[in-house]
Write a protein that binds this ligand. Structure first.
Ligand SMILES: *[C@@H]1O[C@H](CO)[C@@H](O)[C@H](O)[C@H]1NC(C)=O
Ligand SMILES: *[C@@H]1O[C@H](CO)[C@@H](O)[C@H](O)[C@H]1NC(C)=O
Length: 254
């Protein structure tokens, strides 16, 4: 592993420097949850992190996600899959991006920027076989959606950030949107403990400060100084995983 220590020289006053290292391999997207880390590469191959290796798995996916509702993914043609008894089962619906980070619920967006969520029961009973899946419509301008234990964060096509508060396992749509002003991001990811990271249009990484139960949208973005521009981020159990624009993998200890 190469460290990114050289970059620390350039840290500015307003940035926090992270302790980051390159990890072997090349991925396009990565998702961490429940102590597990999954990723997909440019060709759609799916990998699970085990020890110091990326172990190849069945399937061909564009986006993979792991969390309390299980292991889910979407394919290039927007089909939705859930891992059931060691096999990817096709679940009703079409999504472009999917997130299993919420409290046993699923969230996601489709290729026409519409947002959806699936309550705990619907997520648990989605076993494939053509069964109906009760997706709940939540928004009509959402290009990225990520859920944590209490709230979900979304990004619109204009890079505006929104928080959906008081999301619960039986009311995945929560209480409606609260805008997060003046913070254009292209991606926002909520960790399993509610820590929120964002990536802006030039690939800079930010962490949302001041999130509390009474103020789920927090107070400000703190720039996280990491070497290079990032296309993806995911956080779980003290480790922030990043994917660079050229698909290199970086892990940072918080
Ligand atoms: C979104 O996907 C559906 C199903 O594949 C397709 O019919 C539709 O044309 C797509 N829309 C856009 C904007 O690409
Ligand atoms: C991303 O953040 C960096 C650091 O704050 C800033 O210099 C840059 O202009 C931002 N890019 C966009 C597209 O907002």
């Amino acid at each position: 592993m190469r460290t990114l220590a050289l970059c620390l020289i350039l840290v500015m006053g307003t940035s926090e420097a992270l302790d980051c290292q390159f990890v072997d391999g090349s991925l396009k997207q990565v998702d961490a949850g429940l102590g597990l880390v999954f990723g997909v590469n440019d060709a759609g191959a799916v990998f699970m992190r085990f020890g110091n290796k990326w172990v190849p798995m069945e399937g061909n996916l564009k986006h993979v996600t792991v969390g309390p509702a299980g292991l889910w993914g979407v394919s290039e043609d927007f089909h939705i899959f859930k891992m059931v008894a060691g096999k990817w089962e096709r679940v009703e619906g079409l999504l472009k991006q999917i997130d299993a980070g919420g409290d046993q619920l699923i969230g996601g967006v489709n290729n026409e920027s519409a947002g959806f969520c699936l309550n705990q029961q619907g997520a648990a009973l989605a076993l494939g076989g053509g069964a109906h899946v009760p997706w709940v419509s939540i928004a009509d301008d959402l290009v990225y959606y990520s859920c944590g234990p209490q709230s979900c964060w979304g990004v619109t096509s204009k890079n505006a950030v929104l928080v959906r508060k008081e999301v619960t396992p039986n009311k995945c749509q929560g209480l409606g949107w609260e805008p997060v002003p003046d913070s254009p991001m292209v991606l926002v990811e909520v960790g399993s403990d509610g820590i929120v990271f964002g990536i802006n249009g030039t690939g800079e990484v930010f962490r949302r400060a001041g999130i509390t139960e009474s103020n789920p949208s927090g107070s400000q973005w703190t720039h996280q100084y990491v070497c290079g521009n990032m296309r993806h981020a995911t956080y779980d159990l003290g480790v922030l995983w990043l994917i660079t624009m050229d698909q290199k993998i970086v892990s940072c200890i918080l």
